[in-house]
Design a protein around this ligand. Structure first.
Ligand code: ZN
Length: 301
């Protein structure tokens, strides 16, 4: 079968889809009761590195198809008005044109390109001093770090068709955001990966509540992230909670919105107790602030 890639507007493709029928039934259940008047709130459309792009896929009755950005499947949701692809944009994405891909359920398996523009965003630098071994790991640490990196990658790459996320949440811990997403980080004078989550200052022992229902896909003690829990909310949306003093859930456990996942702590590479909260969409770690139900201004760095 020849896979054709055509540059054309999605609207034209959707006209062709009207006669095709339902694809992948259960994975595409629209939100019950949602109408144009009660549109499902989605994350804030912010087309920058570390943001999300909401790409309109039209108003056809049937789901438009599967969407991919790079190698990863993108969540597709009906918000009450139209189908949308919610594309997570990795922090390392260069500004400029990007293309997601809609694989339509046509007999010739045609792809439709979904072009969008990523605007530049410069993030400030943050310098931190931590235990030297957490910046220059000892040889015996490296094997552990590699194994944990694979576990983390597997967790963040999960795509569950049987779970459906909500998209606007309460923060998992009430508290001051002590560090913002995207900061370029320099530990002990050495540059490291940018900060890919939100830090919320809270005392050790503060309960961490899952902002949405889901399933625990990974949990354990990680070299850099300390005691960590990963929750799968479905459709490629995952959240992670790091530096915990206690984990209260088990891998495979279903969790409800508001359920305690564990307690705030200071394990791993930290300068003090806080929650590091990460949000992944199609494997990209994006700014958790875009998912908060109320805009809460950051109070410091
Ligand atoms: Zn952090």
């Amino acid at each position: 079968m020849t896979r054709q890639v055509r540059r054309r507007r999605v609207a034209f493709a959707l006209v062709a889809l009207l006669s095709v029928g339902v694809l992948h039934g259960a994975a595409w259940t629209p939100i019950a009761g949602a109408t144009a008047a009660t549109a499902l709130p989605l994350p804030v459309d912010t087309r920058v590195p570390g943001g999300v792009a909401l790409l309109d896929l039209g108003t056809a009755v049937d789901p438009p198809g599967l969407v991919y950005f790079g190698a990863y499947r993108v969540p597709v949701v009906h918000d009450g008005a139209s189908w949308k692809a919610v594309v997570g944009i990795p922090l390392a994405t260069p500004p400029g044109p990007q293309v997601a891909r809609l694989v339509t359920p046509t007999p010739d398996d045609t792809d439709v390109e979904l072009p969008f523009e990523v605007a530049p965003k410069s993030y400030a630098e943050q310098r931190l001093t931590v235990e030297p071994r957490k910046v220059d790991p000892l040889p015996q640490d490296l094997e552990r770090i590699e194994a944990e990196s694979a576990r983390s990658e597997a967790a963040l790459s999960t795509y569950s068709d049987d779970l459906f996320p909500t998209w606007r949440w309460q923060a998992p811990v009430a508290g001051k955001r002590s560090s913002s997403f995207g900061l370029r980080r320099v530990f002990n004078d050495q540059p490291r990966n940018p900060h890919s989550g939100m830090d919320i200052a809270a005392a050790t022992g503060t309960p961490i509540r899952s902002p949405a229902a889901g399933r625990v896909v990974e949990a354990g003690d990680f070299f850099f992230n300390g005691a960590t829990v990963f929750v799968d909310h479905g459709q490629g949306v995952l959240t992670m909670y790091c530096h915990l003093s206690r984990i209260d859930v088990k891998v495979g456990e279903a969790v409800k919105a508001g359920q305690t996942l564990g307690l705030v702590g200071a394990t791993g590479r930290v300068t003090g107790p806080h929650l590091h909260w990460g949000v992944a969409v199609n494997r990209a770690l994006v700014d958790p602030a875009l998912f908060l139900s109320q805009a809460e201004p950051a109070t410091g760095q």
